[in-house]
Design a protein around this ligand. Structure first.
Ligand code: ASP
Length: 352
């Protein structure tokens, strides 16, 4: 039996055309996009398509649009063996990370892809990205999908989405996954490294309440976005840190620190964080470095953060940490629970 694949178009460069008036790229009709890629009819699967009514530049992605995308997949989950989501590359790593938390115990692939050049461009990277994504989403073993996680496919590499970050605005190779190797490489052969694929262990906080049926796919679309990313820089002032920590209703801060999780040792900085923590704001320490991990206590400049009780983002990307925070703020109520699940790998997003 040929697998059924749902191709979802949310927007992005892949389907954009130049606006004759402004000369800027803007999203256009999905049917136009398919005209440029008749080859997909030759693939060994049945493809249905779904398009957002108003395709987006992914800079306009937000919780409402994530919910819409999640609902589209969830409502059709049983009808398809795999999902390919066409999405702008700008926020693709955020969307991929968020979807990975929204879909617990995923049993099918959700592969996000897009392109750096529109599909109508002669030199476009869109065709290869789209065709190979569909092929990857169609891979079956004994009638079951081989890939059971949220991925990004771009420029010959398949990555775990919640390990990626967009690292280049111009190159076809737009993404990197600094702390986890690619899951598959597309060359002459489509080589999937099965040892690297995610096999969910069922250690999600939300699972605790459904022990009776812990292996079922669960759709968890609820997210809390009263959060902020605070990137440190030499010279950051008390005024700025205090203004951010005192945002009304704030529930979580992703603190982007230096190196292996280091920050200023000045009294005002530590006191401001302490006050925020006493107001039940969760603070997660992630590194500004592209690769590597937070290790609080390694340097004198992170000892205080450790004793204050900051949660370690370990080797998580900022994108994944943000998505996980939005997810866990809804699913946990105490700091120890939040810390435990944050520092535990729920979807392969962190090295334990
Ligand atoms: N600005 C575009 C977007 O993210 C870029 C892209 O598609 O790669 O929607």
């Amino acid at each position: 039996m040929k697998p059924n694949i749902l191709l979802i178009y949310t927007g992005g460069t892949i389907g954009m055309m130049m606006d004759p008036e402004t000369k800027a790229l803007k999203a256009f009709d999905f049917s136009e996009l398919l005209v440029h890629i008749p080859e997909i009819k030759q693939l060994d699967c049945h493809i249905d398509t779904y398009s957002f009514d108003h395709p987006l530049d992914s800079s306009d992605m937000n919780l409402k649009e994530w919910r819409k995308l999640g609902d589209v997949i969830h409502e059709r989950y049983d009808d398809y063996q795999g999902f390919v989501v066409l999405h702008g590359s700008d926020t693709m790593s955020y969307t991929g990370s968020t979807l990975s938390f929204m879909f617990e115990n995923l049993t099918k692939p959700i592969i996000l892809t897009g392109s750096q050049l529109p599909i109508g461009d002669l030199r476009t990277d869109a065709k290869e990205n789209l065709i190979t994504s569909v092929q990857l989403a169609s891979q079956q073993d004994h009638g079951k999908p081989v890939i059971r996680e949220v991925c990004i496919y771009f420029e010959y590499q398949l990555y775990r989405a919640n390990r990626t970050a967009k690292m280049n605005a111009d190159h076809f190779e737009a993404f990197s996954s600094p702390n986890y190797p690619p899951l598959a490489i597309s060359g002459v052969h489509l080589n999937i490294d099965k040892r690297r694929l995610w096999d969910w262990p069922g250690n999600d906080p939300a699972i605790e309440v459904v022990k009776d049926d812990a292996t079922k796919m669960r759709y968890r679309p609820e997210l809390v976005n009263d959060v902020v990313v605070l990137k440190l820089f030499p010279g950051i002032t008390p005024k700025v840190v205090s203004a951010i920590c005192n945002i009304a209703g704030l529930q979580g801060i992703i603190l982007e620190t230096y190196g292996s999780g280091n920050a200023p040792t000045e009294g005002w900085f530590i006191e401001t964080l302490k006050t925020a923590l006493s107001r039940d704001i969760r603070i997660v320490n992630v590194t500004q470095c592209v690769g590597g991990a937070v290790s609080m206590g390694k340097y004198e400049t992170s000892i205080q953060l450790k004793s204050l009780g900051l949660v370690s983002g370990k080797d998580m990307t900022t994108e994944a940490a943000l998505a996980k925070m939005m997810y866990l703020l809804h699913h946990t109520s105490s700091l120890p629970d939040f810390r435990y699940y944050f520092e535990t790998s729920l979807r392969g997003e962190v090295t334990e």
